[in-house]
Design a protein. Structure first.
Length: 474
């Protein structure tokens, strides 16, 4: 069972400060960065702030529905207990295929990070131990994305990741982990995925399918246990995983990528199809936050500029290219809006941006209502950005395989999007296009939340509940 004490310290990718003004240059639809292979260390991040704020007011955020908060909540936890929650398709936690958990089920374990992937999940407890759970379709199709020794065809419930392969190729005891990133694939196929963990010292480990070198290990051989990535000059602080590609954010603000660049997922330009070693030729510097969808990625830098690269068929990068991908990181028109972006998030073909005033906007695919704007209409060239119909947001949670998104406020969580398997946790099915309150029992103060195509996870504090589960993992 997990100890209930919280860890005393662990790395986080939450940005500590954001500039108060935007750059004055307006983005174009043409790539602004030339893909070059950079080998020297980046210089110090720019410290000067832009000299002028844009005057364009974000008129896209319109009247809020009355059932949602219209001001900053004041409720604070008094005697919070630590736990994590699961809801949706049971196979995501190693349960029976086809069964569903209709509302969030509480497990009384202290969890510092978690990630929901296609039919699988990763959790890290307060002792920095990593666990994997999920459903393996068949021995033949499984390529190792769970990274556990004693995997089996079918359900795999909460198994520890206790061994890894170090940089020298030696099998050793697993280090203390702090971040987990589950893979994305076709929901019915548990083979075409890979996963990533980051340890307390910023070392990166990957496992699973490696058809395009997405494991960053210098070859295209699949791995069945987590193996350490070599060649990173600085410790990693965060990462992102898409379909056949991996992005790693280092503490110096550079982003290194591996795997497929067929659609510009790594931002390496049109001439690079894939790379099996870490590559920072995307030209990005000073990055504070990043997120990946199925075949695209978005980034936020220390000048409050948002970039996108990769697939853009639905306008998920908040600008339109007639269905053509962006092959290098390109600033999007979100930068014309007045306000400070504090988080970027992405799911399958949609993206999300949280502002410091608790409002959010979204772009891209919306057939399941996943943009949270009250419609089921994809964004278009005339309206490339829409406002999320909720205020008081302090965190957005989703995942690259999801068409569901969650908005965390103080004491509550609201969700929108696909809900054919109770992914929204509202005790009912049917997609929702306006954020609806997730049915947690009692007040919750969620620190991390993640969604996949079939299930959802969250961790944080709760005040009181009677709907508790077992202590979940060994």
């Amino acid at each position: 069972a997990y100890p209930t004490a919280e860890p005393t310290a662990y790395p986080t990718d939450e940005p500590t400060a954001y500039p108060t003004a935007y750059p004055t240059e307006e983005p174009t639809r043409e790539p602004t960065l030339e893909p070059t292979e950079v080998t020297d260390e980046p210089t110090q991040f720019p410290t000067a702030e832009p000299t002028r704020e844009p005057t364009l007011e974000p008129t896209i955020i319109t009247e809020e529905p009355t059932q949602y908060p219209t001001s900053e909540p004041t409720l604070e936890p008094t005697e919070g207990l630590l736990g994590w929650w699961f809801w949706g398709g049971e196979e995501g936690e190693g349960g029976a295929l086809g069964e569903e958990q209709q509302v969030p089920k509480l497990y009384q374990d202290a969890v510092i990070d978690l990630s929901a992937g296609s039919r699988h999940s990763f959790l890290i407890d307060s002792n920095f131990n990593a666990f994997a759970a999920g459903f393996i379709e068949s021995d033949f199709s499984y390529k190792g994305h769970l990274g556990i020794d004693d995997w089996q065809e079918g359900s795999n419930v909460g198994k520890p990741i206790d061994k890894v392969v170090d940089a020298g190729g030696k099998r050793v005891d697993a280090p203390p982990f702090v971040r987990a990133y589950a893979g994305v694939g076709v929901p019915s196929d548990s083979g075409e995925m890979h996963s990533m963990l980051i340890d307390i010292d910023g070392n990166v480990y990957t496992t699973g399918r490696n058809s395009k070198g997405q494991l960053c290990l210098g070859d295209e051989k699949d791995r069945f246990e987590f193996s350490q990535v070599r060649g990173l000059p600085k410790p990693a602080v965060a990462g992102a995983i898409g379909y056949e590609f991996t992005l790693i954010l280092l503490e110096d603000g550079t982003v290194w990528g591996c795997g497929s660049n067929e659609f510009g997922e790594l931002g390496l330009g049109p001439k690079v199809d894939f790379t099996n070693v870490p590559n920072k030729g995307n030209g990005l510097k000073g990055i504070q936050d990043l997120a990946s969808g199925y075949k695209f990625a978005v980034f936020l830098d220390d000048k409050n500029v948002v970039y996108g690269t990769g697939g853009n068929i639905y306008g998920q990068q908040c600008f339109f290219t007639e269905g053509e991908p962006e092959t290098v990181p390109t600033a999007n028109i979100l930068n014309d809006l007045k306000g400070t972006v504090v988080q970027v998030a992405a799911n399958r073909e949609s993206s999300y941006y949280l502002f410091d005033d608790g409002t959010a906007v979204s772009c891209g695919r919306n057939d399941e209502g996943q943009l949270g704007d009250g419609t089921f209409v994809n964004t278009g060239e005339d309206d490339p950005i829409v406002g999320v119909k909720l205020k008081g947001i302090r965190r957005i949670g989703t995942g690259p395989s999801a068409q569901t998104v969650f908005f965390v406020t103080d004491g509550n969580v609201f969700g929108a999007g696909l809900n054919d398997r109770f992914q929204l946790g509202i005790d009912d099915i049917g997609s929702e296009n306006t954020p609806i309150k997730v049915k947690f029992e009692g007040d919750v103060f969620i620190d991390v939340i993640s969604a996949s195509g079939t299930h959802s996870l969250a961790a944080g504090e709760y005040i009181e509940t009677s709907r508790t589960g077992r202590t979940s993992l060994p």
